[in-house]
Design a protein around this ligand. Structure first.
Ligand code: SF4
Length: 390
């Protein structure tokens, strides 16, 4: 089975990335034909104004993958932009993709929603205004979903209802409508990224795409594009299937979703000192104040980490010790830290041994392999579309 999957080079990998994506890739590479690509063009869709770290991020991502065990002798690892056939196929698919498919794509809406939400949240936090994230999310959600245009007036009035000052809210709405955020995502590249994604998959005639539930609409658009192409010209594309992957159940150190923008992530390559500082500051069961209070491991994020990184025996003794108030939270965190460190230490060491030359070599050989297939597909596409070929 041929599998295609990519990741955007947007910075350091954290445990959420490892458990949500890499772990799954590691399993797939031992039995399937895998193509893993660094999606540098996708990174530009909403980060085109800030490209100074792009090359370093590409190298870091490949280094991280290999350090985690993605094996270039088993999997084809390459850079999206080095196989130009992705772009040509995307352009041709753009000709047959109705605008409405992209407008209705919930992922497009989700991405746009997240950008607006993050912008509003960061703007308010920057002004020292305390933010109720759930309320803010639902406010923006209402003003945004199921509407052709974002209803900025409704965002404004809802925020004023929460007691925020007119001055702060007006400033923010003005920035939102006229400032960087509005311009940033109102581009052809951002709007059309599902078409590029369809090309990333179909250029290799992949049969399977490992995705989280939130990315299912991308696979659906890819299938629609393949179906339409096959109907119009010739049956050359398979209809790829989504392989649903488990999302990572661990949260950031503050108990929210692990994310760079929340500053709550444990990175795969944090130093032992950074790791220790983060683990010891993790939020636990809020009702457990003293060691003598019986705890609720089922609501504690530290316990969830134990279920991933500790042995079965440790997990059950932590569970009992917490419920019966026999173990303190610091001791519990120290045990988890030891187990997490045991998992991360070899990955960290391996990462140090991967040079820039190694990365260039890996990407070059991956490109050669990927391009061989992509070229054949494009030749077929041009043929059946009756395009001129030299
Ligand atoms: S003992 Fe461990 S599992 Fe129980 S609340 Fe404290 S940190 Fe969480």
């Amino acid at each position: 089975m041929r599998i295609v999957s990519g990741m955007r080079p947007t910075g350091k990998l954290h445990l959420g990335h490892y458990l949500g994506v890499i772990k799954n890739w590691l399993e797939l590479q031992s039995s399937e034909e895998c193509f893993f690509f660094v999606a540098d063009w996708h990174a530009l869709t909403n980060r085109y104004t800030d490209t100074k770290d792009l090359k370093d991020n590409i190298k870091d991502l490949v280094r991280d993958w290999v350090a985690c065990g993605i094996d270039p002798t088993k999997s084809t690892i390459f850079l999206q932009s080095s196989v130009k056939e992705h772009a040509e196929l995307s352009l041709l698919f753009g000709m047959i993709t109705p605008k409405s498919w992209l407008e209705l794509n919930p992922s497009y809406k989700d991405l746009k929603f997240n950008l607006y939400f993050q912008y509003v949240r960061d703007f308010l936090l920057g002004k020292g205004i305390k933010v109720d994230e759930e309320l803010l999310k639902s406010t923006i959600h209402e003003a945004f979903y199921y509407k052709k245009e974002v209803d900025f007036e409704s965002i404004k009035s809802k925020l004023l209802d929460t007691g925020l000052k007119e001055e702060s809210v007006s400033d923010m709405i003005q920035n939102l409508t006229e400032g960087e955020i509005g311009k940033k995502i109102d581009t052809f590249g951002f709007f059309g990224y599902p078409v590029l994604m369809a090309s990333d998959i179909l250029v290799y005639k992949a049969e399977t795409v490992p995705v989280g539930e939130d990315q299912l609409p991308h696979v659906e658009i890819t299938r629609e594009i393949a179906r339409k192409f096959n109907r119009l010209y010739n049956e050359i594309f398979p209809l790829p299937k989504a392989l649903l992957t488990e999302t990572s159940k661990i949260l950031g150190i503050d108990g929210r979703k692990m994310s760079k923008s929340y500053n709550n992530a444990i990175y795969l390559f944090d130093t032992p000192e950074e790791l220790s500082k983060k683990v010891l500051s993790m939020k636990t069961d809020p009702q457990r104040v003293k060691k003598s209070d019986p705890g609720r491991p089922e609501v504690c994020n530290v316990y969830t980490y134990h279920t991933v990184f500790s042995s079965k025996e440790t997990v059950s003794s932590i569970y009992e010790g917490c419920k019966n108030a026999q173990i303190g939270c610091i001791e519990c965190k120290r045990t988890m830290l030891e187990n997490l460190e045991r998992f991360l230490e070899p990955v960290r060491e391996k990462r140090k041994s991967i040079s820039d030359d190694d990365i260039h070599r890996i990407l070059k050989s991956g490109k050669d392999r990927a391009q061989q297939i992509a070229k054949q597909t494009l030749e077929e596409v041009r043929n059946c579309m009756n395009l001129w070929q030299d």
